[in-house]
Design a protein around this ligand. Structure first.
Ligand code: ZN
Length: 344
């Protein structure tokens, strides 16, 4: 989160002439919400973030070009280069590693044509993020000032993943892709993956299960957590491996650990809290799903099963847990059993 308080973010907020007593990132999110509200006044029938995405694509003047294979990428490059968009010659090199999309300003756009093209890389596993990538590129365009719009060349410099602006634009994408105005009325009183599926199907079928579940847990009115667990080493173990301080015969074994936690606003107030990097208890149903013995699974468990490596355990608290496998990680939705929810 430190990146969201860096000078670059203050500069973006200042270029947009935003003022705020809070964080510049919050001010920029509020600015994006206000822009969305203004655009939606022309489209009163818009009822889903997917529809809003199309409206913003048109209003902000870009065209999504989705690429699903290397052949499609080559064909797209050829088409645009032949039309005079020479920047596309380097497109394949731009979409390296964890770069999922690029937005170019068109050099040959005629009056009335859209000024930008946003290439969405959906080759292989990158396709899982297509919805998020589209919103990410829209996020870049949303925070351009009018002056920047006319001089802007393209998103993504090399090695941009540590760029605070990328972190900010990811935040905008996560927020706009599950715009609260559309999401909140859909969230029911139970905390279930079935509810996540239903909402995803209705509002944004292109979104991934993970990004939908994150937005769902974050905005849920009931206290809940979403955990993403994967096989991983402890931080000290990883550092030890890098320094070569382990003997040849006793390298550390990766264990199932919490990689990220998303909590509802009121989770902590109800005593629902699991720290990042904690090991998943072997007796938890999360292990059964990880091992492939069950998928999906639900269980009633106690939070006191969870303990840190120095032996501290979390306090006793009855929890309801629902688990699903999602590629190389295991997702768990954790909530309080019915009847415990109103006791803070
Ligand atoms: Zn970007």
């Amino acid at each position: 989160m430190d990146r969201l308080h860096s000078q670059k973010i203050w500069e973006i907020a200042s270029a947009l002439r935003l003022t705020s007593n809070g964080s510049p990132a919050d001010a920029i999110l509020a600015f994006c919400e206000a822009r969305a509200a203004a655009m939606l006044t022309d489209f009163p029938d818009c009822a889903t973030p997917s529809e809003m995405l199309n409206i913003m694509e048109a209003t902000l003047g870009t065209t999504f070009e989705v690429v699903r294979s290397d052949d499609e990428l080559v064909a797209l490059q050829r088409r645009y280069v032949q039309a005079g968009e020479w920047g596309f010659a380097a497109l394949d090199k731009e979409l390296h590693g964890d770069v999922y999309g690029v937005t170019y300003r068109r050099m040959t756009a005629r009056t009335g044509e859209r000024s930008f093209v946003s290439v969405i890389d959906c080759r292989g596993d990158k396709g899982l993020r297509s919805y998020f990538t589209k919103w990410h590129e829209i996020g870049h365009l949303l925070i351009l000032t009018d002056q920047q719009r006319s001089t802007y060349k393209r998103t993504h410099a090399h090695a941009s993943s540590k760029d605070p602006e990328e972190t900010l634009v990811d935040l905008i994408a996560g927020h706009m892709g599950f715009f609260p105005q559309f999401l909140l009325p859909e969230i029911g009183t139970e905390v279930t993956f079935a509810d996540v599926d239903r909402i995803r199907g209705k509002l944004c079928p292109e979104a991934s299960l993970l990004s939908s579940a994150i937005a769902y847990a974050k905005h849920h009115g009931q206290p809940c957590l979403l955990i993403d667990a994967k096989l991983a080493l402890k931080k000290e173990e990883e550092a030890g491996l890098l320094q070569g301080s382990f003997g040849f015969y006793d390298p550390p074994v990766p264990k199932l650990r919490v990689q990220s936690v998303v909590q509802s606003n009121n989770a902590q107030q109800y005593g629902l809290y699991i720290p990042k990097n904690y090991r998943v208890p072997e007796s938890s149903v999360i292990h059964l799903v990880h091992n492939g013995q069950q998928d999906p699974a639900t269980a009633s468990e106690c939070l006191s099963l969870w303990e840190s490596s120095d032996g501290n355990c979390l306090g006793p608290k009855a929890i309801q847990i629902e688990v699903r496998k999602s590629f190389d990680s295991v997702l768990a939705l954790i909530s309080l059993p019915r009847g415990f929810r109103n006791r803070a």
